[in-house]
Design a protein around this ligand. Structure first.
Ligand SMILES: [Cu+2]
Length: 316
């Protein structure tokens, strides 16, 4: 028993120690979800913890009931079984209690789904925003939406389109983001900045504290655009445009992977999002529009060399 407690406390400690160092990626031995970077994920996390309590109580109750029945009503303890087959009180309880439990689960579940699925009305928030409401961001609402489309590619990559940013030829800014690890001997060695099976060559870049509207679609098969720390997971379906939103409250590098069984290289379709201060984002956009994608990516690549600090330093 002592060892179990030691193990659990060690796991909890490693989990939180890692959580401070590595934001936005899975950590060995951690428990629960990745630390939340958006309000959506905070709500998902709270809901998960709430469900955990309900599930634990139900499981313990059922187990206790089974043990009680085994002891109290086995052949030796209760040789003469009684012959009745109905008990109105018990039947009312076992109908009503599950209904109450389901309502208790459905309530917060629906409100979370509604929050996640419905784009907030930024004009309304900007005009009459309540600064104490943790669910709305008045300053960000005044800045408006940034719309980014993530298209899943048949050749295991994502193409990002910045729908409102036009390049020199008048098309929306776009580029392909490829994973850099495919399990081949020729792959570059993983580093803290480029973790195995998560790093990409040209990451998606977004500014911190801004309302991001993401759209997903696909060219051939069904993929899913997923970033666990943001609490978003949306199917990318050929011929459809699915949509969602999020607002990231901290700078850093966040990773995800395609979450649909899309083909043999499904596991090598990583998503890397760099969340940078607004001024860095503006400069990145400028250089991207000039066509120099490598220099633009360099500008948002700065991480502390030992990899312990994932917040991006400001780039001159
Ligand atoms: Cu995929």
């Amino acid at each position: 028993m002592r060892y179990i407690f030691a193990w659990i406390s060690a796991m909890l400690m490693t989990g939180s120690a890692f959580a401070q160092e590595l934001v936005g990626q899975p950590t060995p031995g951690a428990l629960g979800f990745q630390p939340a970077a958006t309000r959506i994920m905070e709500r998902v996390n709270d809901f998960h913890n709430y469900l955990l309590v309900i599930i634990t109580v139900i499981t313990i109750f059922v187990l206790a009931l089974l043990i009680w029945v085994c002891i109290r009503y086995n052949r030796r303890a209760n040789p003469e079984a009684r012959k009745f087959s109905h008990n109105t009180t018990v039947e009312i309880i076992w109908t009503a209690v599950p209904v109450i439990i389901l309502v208790a689960i459905a309530g917060p579940s629906f409100s979370n789904l509604f929050y996640q699925e419905n784009e907030p009305d930024l004009e309304l928030i900007a005009q009459s925003g309540d600064l104490d409401d943790p669910n709305i961001y008045v300053d960000a609402a005044k800045e408006g939406w940034i719309t980014i489309k993530a298209e899943g590619m048949g050749n295991w990559a994502w193409t990002y389109y910045y729908m409102d940013e036009l390049d020199s030829e008048g098309y929306p800014l776009q580029y392909v983001s490829n994973g850099i690890h495919f399990g081949l001997p020729s792959d570059p060695a993983p580093t803290p900045e480029k973790p195995l099976y998560l790093a990409t060559d040209y990451p998606m870049v977004i500014p911190v504290n801004r309302y991001i509207r993401y759209q997903t679609t696909s060219d051939r098969v069904i993929h899913a655009w997923t970033v666990p720390a943001f609490g978003v997971k949306t199917d990318a379906v050929p011929g459809r445009l699915n949509e969602g939103w999020f607002l990231v409250e901290q700078t850093g590098v966040f990773y995800g992977q395609c979450s649909e069984l899309c083909g043999k290289n499904h596991a090598f379709m990583p998503i890397e999002v760099r969340v940078v201060p607004q001024d860095q984002y503006d400069r990145w956009l400028e250089v991207m529009k000039s066509g120099d994608i490598d220099r633009a990516t360099e500008m948002v690549q700065v991480i502390d060399s030992n990899g312990e600090e994932t917040r991006l330093a400001s780039v001159e």
